[in-house]
Design a protein. Sequence first.
Length: 114
Amino acid sequence: MNRGTAAQRGYGARWAAYSRQYRKENPLCVDCLARGVLTSVEHGGHVDHIQAVSGPSDPLFWEPANHQSLCHSCHSRKTAFEDGSFGNKKGKGKVRADCGIDGVPVDGGHHWRK
């Protein structure tokens, strides 16, 4: 199945400008923040659609209340879960919020990280 280019899916110049401004106003990853970790999204982060959208004609595509700032790792984890990548069935992912995309705990104090 061909998803089309980013621009065809609504992520062209207008989205890029919006994303830059949104990340400037919301500079921290909300998932990391919920775990007590401060992760900047200003450079390399993502503006994520909280509720998945079908494209730029979807009413929620441009709805700010449906957006959240995520770092690359958290965005990749969410996308893998929702879209079914990394061997997961769509919506049935096993990636946990307390682990990175590689499956290693994000908590620096975890015994795996010592």
